[in-house]
Design a protein around this ligand. Structure first.
Ligand code: LLP
Length: 414
């Protein structure tokens, strides 16, 4: 349930009229349903019920402070990939003891910051990174908790840009080389082995690659145990995919069975790092039609949101459903929904059929994940505002960026 419904021909998210929100806060505007966030989080709790576990929300999917604060309230931990994300988690009231730190390029400064905050675990992705971490932990007089991110060489069957678990990808260490690395780490004075980690890709709608990856990782866990290295947790990486168009909806009952079958009776805790599936369906991007332009070949619906606000269509050719906020008497036309940015790749949706007029509002659906967090100032466009709706309550959680805010920090040379 995404909590979007029509009343007298007008769209509401929970109790909030989208027309009213657009009037109050302007467009483009990201709007999220708190109930949808809760339901998505509870689906993971149910899948993991009875097993020791920690849900570490992948901050990159949507790093707005209010979203982080809400997940912290629900008991979540966080998967971070930068010092900036750690600072956000702490500013939002998240606890460092529930933070895992992923990423291939952690800087010395980021390691120091995470060690000082006393995070739960570093997901180490190379031998050089292990050596740097051991050295920095020694400087601080502490032991760094580590997992190795292993690359199980499983095809996640998703878009190539968001596949990460194949041997040709830059991520993790080859699973065949992992035992040697664990032995090295075990001999290091300033690291402490906590677990193992893998992440094979994002937007997985077929769950069998997740099951295969877990099976391969558990073989390693058992080999390590025989060699006297006991792991406390297994981090299985990101979550399931979501429905954007006509993908089969990922089945949480199957997901639950995959996890329960594999982990029942084991003593390692499960860590899971879902991003998209916790926030994606909960968010929409509201945008207003500026112009309708009848081209020779097709019609263009030119809206006030652009690739800088929602980059996914331009970058991955991703599909987001687009629906009019108010039912219109206009005749539906075949059209491309495009933004004002000066690039042909600046589109929100191609080949759509929409009944709209100039000035109408459109809702771009399933935009809660990798929307605002990937937005930019390209074409010197201030970033959108964000609102969270909770029943009839409306919270403006991120003000629209101002032009002067956008230029703050820049200096002229003459
Ligand atoms: N953990 C790690 C180490 C990751 O790299 C990612 C996502 C996640 C967890 C969360 O995965 P999720 O549950 O969201 O599938 N910008 C792209 C998605 C990039 C995903 C990168 N890593 C998009 O808009 O589709």
């Amino acid at each position: 349930m995404n909590h979007l419904h029509r009343r007298d021909g007008r769209l509401f998210l929970e109790g909030a009229s989208l027309e009213d929100l657009a009037r109050r806060y302007g467009t483009p505007l990201y709007v999220y349903s708190r109930a949808a966030l809760d339901e998505a989080y509870q689906a993971y709790e149910q899948a993991l019920a009875g097993l020791p576990h920690l849900i570490c929300y992948a901050v990159k999917a949507n790093s707005s402070l209010a979203i982080l604060q809400h997940f912290a309230r629900l008991g979540a931990g966080f998967d971070i990939v930068s010092g900036g994300e750690l600072a956000r988690v702490l500013a939002a009231g998240g606890s460092a003891g529930k933070v895992v730190f992923s990423g291939v390029g952690k800087t010395a400064e980021e390691m120091r910051m995470a060690l000082e905050a006393d995070i739960r675990c570093f997901n180490v992705e190379s031998e050089s990174e292990l050596e740097r971490l051991n050295r920095i932990a020694a400087e601080l007089g502490v032991r760094a908790p580590v997992s190795f991110r292993v690359n199980p060489d499983v095809d996640p069957k998703t878009h190539p840009y968001i596949s990460t678990g194949l041997k040709q990808n830059k991520f993790g260490v080859a699973i065949g080389q992992a035992s040697a690395l664990y032995r090295r780490a075990a001999a290091m004075p300033n690291v402490e082995i906590h677990g193992v980690d893998c992440h094979i890709g994002s937007q997985l709608t077929d769950l069998s690659p997740i099951a295969d990856a877990i099976d391969r990782v558990l073989v390693l866990v058992d080999e390590l145990r025989s060699a006297g290295i006991r792991l406390r947790h297994v981090d299985i990486g990101g979550g399931v995919g979501i429905r954007y168009q006509d993908e089969p909806p990922p089945d949480m009952a199957t997901y639950r069975k995959i996890l329960q079958d594999r982990f029942k009776g084991r003593d390692e805790a499960i860590i899971v790092e879902p991003g998209r599936s916790l926030v994606g369906a909960a968010g929409i991007l509201l945008t207003r039609v500026e112009y309708i332009k009848a081209g020779e070949d097709r019609n263009f619906v030119i809206v006030d949101a652009a690739m800088n606000d929602l980059m996914r269509p331009a970058l991955y050719d991703a599909f987001h459903d687009i629906v009019p906020v108010s039912e219109s008497q206009a005749v539906p036309v075949a059209c491309d929904v495009v933004g004002p940015v000066c690039e042909t790749g600046d589109f929100i949706g191609l080949g759509r059929h929409l009944a709209v007029e100039e000035g109408a509002l459109l809702a771009v659906l399933a935009a809660g994940a990798y929307g605002m967090s990937m937005s930019s100032n390209y074409n010197s466009r201030p970033r959108a505002a964000e609102v969270i709706v909770n029943g009839n309550e409306i919270h403006l959680v991120h003000e629209r960026e101002t032009v002067s805010g956008m230029m703050a920090g820049e200096r002229l040379i003459y």
